[in-house]
Design a binder for this molecule. Structure first.
Ligand SMILES: [Zn+2]
Length: 202
């Protein structure tokens, strides 16, 4: 085991990975890092920078330096960052759920390992409001992603991966997938076998 990184080293690395809040709000950034990390066994999400999180950060940073994905086998933290342009003080920046990212990895594998474009991932309350998202949006919980539309609702249902799916009426392709069963607002108890589904008129 390599010696634990100093907080200053960790802040610099987290900043490079996309946590531009790491200097000002270290524990928030550590929490976001722990929440999504999927390059090994799940980290305890306790916002504390201990030896396990330090080792995980070394792995992510080494991959980042080598131009490889730094959060999971094929995804990087910055792809899921709130797109508010860092204007909102309370924004946590990146707080995507590991279980959702694992489903995205499975989805990616199911389409022959083709890359998936993340159009929108985490959204803080203020940014969600700005883009006209619903107040209980799964994006607020780090449990949702808007993606480029490739599969129809039937095809996505067959994968049995996501608990919420929205498709574009004009193309029939699914452009929003979420894991509301893993940490989002889920009043109807939706699951991947009984997903919430809706269409976007545009
Ligand atoms: Zn934000």
């Amino acid at each position: 085991m390599a010696p634990q990184l100093t907080n200053a080293q960790a802040k610099a690395m987290l900043t490079k990975l996309g946590f531009d809040n790491a200097n000002k709000k270290f524990t928030v950034a550590v929490n976001g890092f722990q929440r999504g990390w999927n390059l090994g066994p799940a980290l305890k999400v306790d916002s504390k920078f201990g030896p396990k999180t330090s080792d995980a950060l070394r792995i992510s940073y080494a991959r980042f330096k080598a131009h490889k994905s730094d959060m999971s086998a094929h995804f990087s933290y910055r792809e899921f960052r709130c797109k508010d342009g860092a204007v909102f003080e309370s924004c946590r920046r990146i707080w995507i759920l590991r279980s959702h990212v694992r489903r995205l990895e499975k989805y990616r594998a199911s389409i022959g390992g083709k890359s998936i474009r993340i159009v929108s991932g985490c959204r803080c309350k203020q940014y969600n409001k700005k883009v006209g998202g619903v107040s209980s949006s799964q994006h607020l919980f780090g449990a949702a992603t808007d993606i480029d539309g490739r599969l129809t609702l039937d095809q996505k249902e067959n994968l049995g991966l996501f608990a919420g799916m929205g498709f574009k009426q004009s193309t029939g392709k699914v452009i929003h997938v979420d894991s509301r069963d893993r940490g989002g607002h889920n009043p109807k108890g939706s699951t991947p076998t009984k997903p919430a589904e809706w269409k976007y008129a545009t």
